[in-house]
Design a protein around this ligand. Sequence first.
Ligand SMILES: Nc1nc2c(ncn2[C@@H]2O[C@H](COP(=O)(O)OP(=O)(O)OP(=O)(O)O)[C@@H](O)[C@H]2O)c(=O)[nH]1
Ligand SMILES: [Mg+2]
Length: 278
Amino acid sequence: MTDEKIEYIQWYPGHMAKANREIKEKLKLINVVIEVVDARLPLSSKNPEINQYTWNKQHILLLNKADLADPEVSQDWIDWFKKNTDIQQIMLYDAFDRRQKTELVKNIQTLNVKNKAQIKCLVCGIPNVGKSTVINSLIGKKKTQVGNKPGVTKGQQWLSTPENLMLLDTPGILWPKFEDPAVGLHLAWLGSIKDTLYEKENIAADLLKYLVAYYPDELEAIYKISVVDRNLPEIFDAIAKSRGLLIKGGEYDYTRTSVLILNDFKNGRIGRITLERP
Ligand SMILES: Nc1nc2c(ncn2[C@@H]2O[C@H](COP(=O)(O)OP(=O)(O)OP(=O)(O)O)[C@@H](O)[C@H]2O)c(=O)[nH]1
Ligand SMILES: [Mg+2]
C-alpha cells in the first residue's frame, strides 16, 4: 500500500467528533485532566487535540501499559516529557499494579485544585490505551467495560473512588488528520484503530521491520528463527515456516503469519517493546 492511500483512509468516524463535543461540554466542571497514552508509542498515541482541554487545568500524563514497554526507553520518555512539556505530573503506569494506583491517587490529591474535597478528573486519550482499566484500578471495582479493541467505551460515565475523586470515563478519540501517515499504521499496531482499515500484511511488515532493527533477540527467541543476514521477506518466510503456517500447495500463509505477529505484539508475548524513541 502506498503512503498516499494511507492518508485518505477514513479513520475519524462521526462518533469521535461527537465524543469530542461532549468532552468540551463538560470541561467547565473538570479540575484535572488525566491523559492516557500507550507507553509503547507515547508520542504517536498522544492526541494533540487534548491540549485544548488542558491549558487551564491540572494535567497528568499516564504512560500506561508500562509493563509491556521497554523499561529503559520508558525512562528516556519520562525525561523527555519532563523536559519538553509543562505537564504537572508524568507517570509510567501499569493499571494492574496496586502500588501505582496508590501513588496516582496521592499525586492527584497534591495538585493545585480549589475544592480538594471532591476533585473532578477527566480521563481521556485515544482508543484502547487503557482509560477504562485505569478507572477500574482507581475505583477498585470492575465498573467500566474494557476490551482489547478500539471503541469499547461508547459514552461518558462518572465514577467515584473511595477517596471521593470523581472520574469521567470517555470514549477514545483520535484527531481528524495525521500529519505523518505512518501514525495510522502505528496506531493499528496498538489496536487503537480498526486493523481492518489496513491490509494486515502491511501493518505486520512495518512492525516486523522495527522489531528486526531494535529487538532481534526477542524475535529469534519467540519464533525460533535466525534474523542474521536475512531480509524482511526471508524473515517473514522463516516465521511462517517455523510455525507451520502454510496454505494449500505448500505456499506460506502471509495473512495468518501477519495476524500471528500482530497478536503476539499486542499481547506482549514478544517481550517488553517500545516502538518509538525520543
Ligand atoms: N498489560 C496491560 N494491559 C492493559 C493495561 N491497561 C489496560 N490494559 C488492557 O488494554 C485493553 C484496553 O483497555 P480499555 O481500558 O478497554 O481501554 P480504553 O482506553 O478504555 O479503550 P476504549 O474505551 O475502546 O477507548 C484491555 O485489554 C486491558 O486489559 C496495562 O497497564 N497493562
Ligand atoms: Mg474505555
